[in-house]
Design a protein. Structure first.
Length: 390
């Protein structure tokens, strides 16, 4: 649904969590919009600029090679910056739901807020089906992708929102720990039929096995999916880490500077704990291991701390304006990038003979222009106060 007004600012917490109110109520947490936009920037074209740099004459320089290496997914085990983009968005969803559901409960009651959770979860899931081709693909029903990026966001949001609405903070911590430890136990101690010994290798672990046996229709990696069935459990944990960060930011009893220190400290501790856990339960994005949850969530918390400090505490905001444009319509731009090729539009200006004349710079020019088109659309929607609400 499209509205013509920006959501008002921070609201009091829900009945399950009632910190002192933050002030003023009309102030929006701009750092959260900017961080969401920063994350989405790389998804809707920023990565293409890095790719263009890597294939330009500058690609042989040390800094560009290092940058480009961070924009390639790990083949299996390990983590790069590009491996953190998706979980950062899930983390931000958790932060955001604290504010949105707190406002909804305060204004309309818990029942209305729960209806919002159900509707939003269903709509996001159906948008995910649409994103990967919908249900009318010429190749038939077997080409429908039941689990994907938006579907994972929908499920993580749905279950994290229910946990937030029904449980107190201490219980939430216990549930989150249970999700991560329970997933580790399943992946570690449940024998995979047909395997001689336990393995984390691709195609030989429990998560991939369950996808192969029970996930119907299209799977991204042949017979299993990086957004598969079992790995949705720890993804809920990623969203819950965002919920805890959101609860901290809403707590009016904690000074902003202390919030920054808490986010930085907790984030650093989470990264260290994640890599230590990774010595036994490896950091693997494609099966969303519990160690990966802690590493990605820790980096997310530290990024949130930096954005919050610079934008909302120091009030240095102008540099983040393009990210705010994107962040206020993140899902809209994500869908637009799928339904309409900004890169193809860019090639109408810098393709053909123009590209031949530019030589090794042509890809960088085309990808940069595509991002400019995305920014122009984001600015257009923002200036006219058009935001997709689901």
């Amino acid at each position: 649904m499209t509205t013509r007004s920006v959501s008002p600012g921070v609201a009091p917490a829900p009945l399950s969590y009632q910190p002192a109110p933050v002030a003023p109520r009309t102030q929006r947490l701009l750092s959260l919009d900017a961080l969401r936009g920063f994350d989405m920037f790389w998804i809707v074209g920023g990565e293409g600029i890095v790719e263009g740099l890597a294939k330009s004459p500058l690609g042989q320089t040390g800094p560009v090679r290092l940058l480009a290496s961070q924009f390639e997914h790990s083949a299996w085990q390990g983590v790069t910056f590009y491996d953190l983009i998706f979980p950062l968005f899930v983390f931000i969803v958790g932060v955001s739901l604290v504010f949105s559901l707190s406002k909804a409960i305060d204004r309309d009651g818990k029942a209305a807020a729960l209806r919002r959770v159900f509707v939003r979860g269903i709509v996001l899931y159906l948008l995910g089906i649409l994103y990967y081709g919908g249900i009318g693909d010429p190749q038939g029903i077997q080409h429908i992708r039941l689990m994907g990026v938006l579907q994972r966001i929908a499920l993580a949001y749905f279950f994290a929102a229910l946990i937030f609405c029904f449980f107190k903070p201490r219980a939430m911590i216990g549930i989150t720990a249970g999700l991560l430890i329970g997933y580790w136990a399943l992946m570690t101690f449940v024998h995979v039929p047909g395997e001689q010994q336990h393995s984390w290798a691709e195609g030989h672990n429990l998560a991939n096995y369950l996808d192969r046996m029970y996930l119907k229709w299209r799977k991204w990696d042949g017979d299993h999916d990086p957004e598969g069935l079992l790995s949705t459990i720890p993804a809920i944990g990623t969203c819950m880490l965002g919920v805890f960060a959101g609860m901290l930011l809403m707590n009016g009893r904690v000074r902003p500077s202390r919030k920054v220190l808490w986010l930085l400290g907790a984030g650093a501790a989470s990264v260290v704990l994640g890599f230590l856990w990774g010595l036994q339960f490896p950091v693997i994005k494609k099966i969303w291991t519990s160690s990966y949850v802690l590493v990605a969530g820790g980096y997310g918390a530290m990024l949130l701390a930096i954005f919050y400090l610079v934008i909302d505490v120091w009030n240095l905001r102008r540099w983040a304006t393009p990210f705010v444009w994107i962040g206020m319509n993140a899902i809209t731009l994500y869908l637009a990038e799928n339904l309409f090729s900004f890169h193809d539009l860019a090639l109408r200006f810098v393709g053909g003979d123009v590209a031949n004349h530019m030589g090794a710079w042509s890809l960088l020019a085309a990808n940069t222009l595509a991002v400019i088109f995305v920014l122009l659309l984001a600015r257009f929607l923002y200036k006219r106060q058009i935001f997709l609400r689901v």
